[in-house]
Design a protein around this ligand. Sequence first.
Ligand code: NI
Length: 172
Amino acid sequence: MATRKIVKLGDEVLRKTCKKVEKFDLRLALLLKDMADTMHDADGVGLAAPQVGILRRIVVIDVGDENGVIELINPEIVKVSTETQTGREGCLSLPERQGIVTRPKVVTVRAQDRHGNHFEITGEDLLARAFCHELDHLDGKLYIDCMDRELTPEEIEGHVPEDGPVQEDEAT
Ligand code: NI
């Protein structure tokens, strides 16, 4: 297992626009493995390449469902539901912080796999949230840019319930 250092808020790499992946080679496969290892090691449900200092359009997601690790290369959101979800969101680059963020309830992403083949995948609830959060990273956007409000440390620890539906703590 090879983990990489996770870039934290304040590093300007998190604010850059990532470039498309052009080469679907061994180097990409190794990066995907390292990203999945890094995400799992940090107990996250998603990780975008800029979070390990790589300015390429690459995302890994694992929300613990039957999909396992989802690898998205050059992903784009192609469809979102009008129905929304409002809940907690965190980010491995902003440790010990959480916000309440409203996202579409269902999101369809078109992307390429590690071999360059195009595919579409639809996610609901947490997976839809993870798609939005991780794809935002590729354009230098963070959840704090679009959150309804930030949780207090007491709310994060669960001593005080926040307004709105409670979701499990998930860091992406
Ligand atoms: Ni994040």
